[in-house]
Design a binder for this molecule. Structure first.
Ligand code: ZN
Length: 137
């Protein structure tokens, strides 16, 4: 049986700077010029104060695992070969949350509040995905 290709991200015009930064292995998030809060996912207006004065800034790339799930069965067909894999909500130092994968460790070693840092996985010329790995202390 042929395994289907993984779906690629759909890029909104206002999310382009995020994907451009990923290609350069930088994690970019938005910051509101009005209220100073960080914003992720990319938006056209601040979800805190509704200002449209959003800047792009570089995130530290560091954060912690807020919650996670280990996929051990019934993955979508394009992801079957990846099992077991970890889907996680990462809380960045900047306060925003990002849905991603935890990589470069055994799934059973992942814990909530575990410190992680961004690493980038290049899919093709257009897309590089931010993923997270444990920070070795
Ligand atoms: Zn704001």
């Amino acid at each position: 049986m042929e395994i289907p290709k993984k779906p690629l991200p759909v890029v909104n015009p206002w999310a382009k700077p995020f994907w451009e930064a990923c290609r350069e292995k930088r994690l970019a998030i938005q910051k509101c010029k009005e209220c100073g809060k960080h914003v992720f996912y990319p938006r056209i207006a601040c979800p805190h104060c509704f200002s449209d004065r959003l800047d792009w800034v570089e995130a530290s790339g560091k954060g912690t695992v807020y919650t996670y799930s280990v996929v051990v069965s019934n993955a979508p067909s394009a992801f079957i070969k990846d099992m077991p894999y970890v889907i996680a909500v990462i809380r960045l130092e900047e306060g925003v949350q990002m849905l991603s994968n935890v990589v470069e460790c055994k799934p059973e070693d992942v814990r909530c509040d575990m410190p992680v840092e961004v690493t980038f996985e290049k899919l093709d010329e257009q897309f590089t995905l931010p993923k997270f790995r444990p920070i070795s202390t």
